[in-house]
Design a protein around this ligand. Structure first.
Ligand SMILES: [Zn+2]
Length: 355
């Protein structure tokens, strides 16, 4: 597919003397086939927006951040994203242009209609036609996707998953969820709800969960819940700050504080149960863990791997690999860039790269 001519009115068109194709990307060989275009990936979160300009070789060449300002509403956020796009365009090589932007957001959303439904992390943004708003404002294709799925696509195409066809990306952050890739395609389920693994029950007598059930995996490993579990373990005798989260507990665990280690051991076990369950269900053996809590590294993943070996059939569990997301926050931006190319006005090669 040819590079896009989609652009804002008034922007320079390709062609003509000053818009010659920049051949520096092709080493010594001249371009013989159209290259994937420059695109922008935008990770719209509950607190901040991270946007990155992504080159035809899938490198993030510039990143910008702004506050989301959820309370100011979606129209204001669209303006902020437009501001990010303007800043990122400054880093384009002469004659190049942005072909599309891909945007990921907290769900639930309808990626086909480009509609945010009622995302709990974007309070008040009900039935927002985000894709249409962005496309009208920017004059560019702007497909949207669920944030965990975008990050999974980023890892699948450009990160730890680039050599596998089947993998599951698990986000352990403010909440817990997963994106499942089977034979190179996202498995969504009939209503796009597949992957809510944070609400797999790991203890039928466990603590209450925000979903109305109890003993869900999430209550043992999501960031805010780690703080709550730690508070329960230490009891009233230790003078704890009013608000404690996973980061706080991780710092104590890293110093060897026994109750903090206990909380992370429990979190790792819960994650291990979730992974063993998915391994039994899908026969998928590769798991990439993203989200803020995985910054605790082996404090979380050590007990996770142990639990997988204990909980899963030997023939399955022995094959399971659990790794921390190597791309971190960039996974979502790169995944959005891939989506921009695949669903926007760009190339659609499965791997989104040259070979
Ligand atoms: Zn739950």
């Amino acid at each position: 597919m040819k590079k896009s001519d989609t652009q804002r009115s008034g922007a320079k068109r390709r062609g003509g003397e000053e818009a010659k194709l920049d051949t520096s990307f092709f080493a010594s060989s001249p371009p013989r086939v159209p290259t994937p275009p420059w695109v922008i990936g935008v990770d719209l979160g509950g607190t901040k927006i991270a946007a990155g300009l992504v080159s035809p070789h899938n490198e993030i060449v510039k990143k910008v951040y702004v506050q989301t300002g959820v309370s100011e509403g979606p129209a204001a956020a669209v303006e902020r994203i437009a501001g990010c796009v303007e800043q990122l365009r400054e880093a384009l090589p002469v004659g190049e242009q942005v072909a599309a932007i891909g945007v990921c957001c907290p769900g639930p959303l309808d990626h086909v209609a480009g509609l945010l439904l009622d995302p709990p992390n974007l309070t008040g943004w009900i039935n927002v036609p985000l894709q249409r708003m962005l496309e009208e404002r920017l004059g560019l294709p702007a497909p949207i996707e669920h944030d965990a799925k975008a990050a999974a696509l980023g890892e699948f195409h450009f990160g730890a998953g680039h050599e596998v066809n089947n993998m599951i990306f698990v986000v352990v952050g403010t909440g817990v969820g997963a994106a499942i890739i089977i034979n190179g395609e996202l498995y969504r389920g009939p209503t796009n709800s597949a992957g809510e693994v944070g609400h797999i029950t790991v203890d039928m007598h466990g603590p209450p969960c925000s979903c109305g059930s109890n003993g869900c995996a999430e209550v043992y490993m999501a960031g805010p819940d780690l703080g709550q579990r730690f508070r329960e373990v230490v009891g009233p005798e230790l003078n704890l700050p009013e608000e404690i989260d996973g980061r706080y507990v991780a710092q104590l665990a890293a110093q060897g504080q026994p109750q903090a280690l206990q909380v992370f051991a429990q979190a790792g076990q819960a994650l291990g149960i979730v992974i063993a369950t998915m391994a039994h269900l899908f026969d998928i053996d590769f798991y990439i863990i993203g989200g803020s809590v995985v910054q605790a590294g082996d404090l979380l993943l050590g007990p996770t791997r142990e639990a997988v070996r204990y909980r899963a059939f030997e023939s399955i569990g022995s094959r399971v690999k659990v790794v921390a997301s190597p791309l971190g926050d960039d996974a979502a931006i790169l995944g959005c860039a891939w989506i921009a190319r695949a669903r926007g006005d760009g190339e659609t090669k499965r791997r989104g790269r040259e070979e």
